[in-house]
Design a protein around this ligand. Structure first.
Ligand SMILES: [Zn+2]
Length: 259
């Protein structure tokens, strides 16, 4: 199951423009192939050649042989599902009211996450009818729930007892229909980021959470000065130390100038 992306066109265009495929090249190639097929109208043979070209530009050491089967599949399905281009997923006031009335914050985070994922797939295709088919661990990670497997299934059963969801369990994938999801209704919240949905719900309640000023990721607030997520803070820190080293070097150079 690939990561949820609101705008596949943006992902594809960025990959093509920069020749970078990111941490999951296979997932990016799926989007690039859809873009080539559906936006540019390329034939399968051309798409195949362009994907191989992109793989090599992304990493010249790539062994194309190893990608043979994967590329076959990616090219073959490039026209199967539409390229996803969404601005966000709308959440209605009724839906939020139901979630807010749940007995625990943990349960609310799970309900909110299931709702967002169900409405994403509904926005992609109405025939998905508010069903979610995503690995349990991915849902729990998006919901920022780190609980035992036993506790996780308790939470799901709670939601079912409240008649908010119904599910059939297939191997290790959740197959859940979100029964309180409204196809239409007055939008009170647009979800534009599917990372840390649980934290986003908590931020809305005014809890001790912040939205990273660099990348928008919502994380738990550590202190009043906290402004960036761990990754961005590390990146900014290393950039600052490089700057300060070069500044020191410049100062030295100045002080060694003959007077
Ligand atoms: Zn960040």
């Amino acid at each position: 199951m690939s990561k949820i992306v609101l705008n596949e066109r943006e992902v594809a265009e960025a990959a093509i423009a920069t020749n970078k495929l990111g941490a999951k090249p296979g997932e990016t190639l799926i989007r690039v192939a859809k873009y080539y097929a559906q936006v540019e109208g390329y034939k399968k043979k051309e798409i195949r050649r362009k994907l191989e070209d992109l793989l090599l530009k992304n990493d010249p050491r790539t062994l194309l042989m190893k990608w043979d089967d994967a590329l076959d599949g990616i090219v073959k399905t490039s026209n199967k599902t539409p390229l996803i281009e969404l601005d966000g997923v709308p959440i209605t006031s009724n839906e939020l009211q139901i979630i807010d009335s749940l007995p625990s914050k943990q349960l609310a985070r799970l309900a909110f996450t299931l709702l967002c994922v169900a409405k994403y797939w509904y926005a992609v295709n109405e025939k998905n009818n508010m069903w979610v088919n995503t690995a349990d661990r991915d849902i729990m990670a998006m919901a920022n729930i780190s609980a035992s497997i036993k506790r996780q299934s308790e939470l799901l059963h709670n939601l079912r007892e409240l008649r908010l969801i119904q599910f059939s369990k297939r191997v290790d994938n959740l197959n859940v229909q979100v029964l309180f999801a409204e196809p239409h209704g007055s939008t009170t919240m647009m979800v534009t980021d599917f990372r840390n949905l649980g934290n986003q719900y908590m931020l809305r309640l005014g809890g001790s959470f912040i939205r990273c000023e660099q990348c928008g990721l919502v994380v738990r607030r550590k202190n009043n000065a906290h402004r960036y997520c761990t990754d961005c803070a590390a990146e900014l820190h290393s950039r600052k130390s490089i700057e300060s080293v070069s500044r020191k070097r410049d100062n030295k150079a100045v002080s060694f100038q003959p007077v």
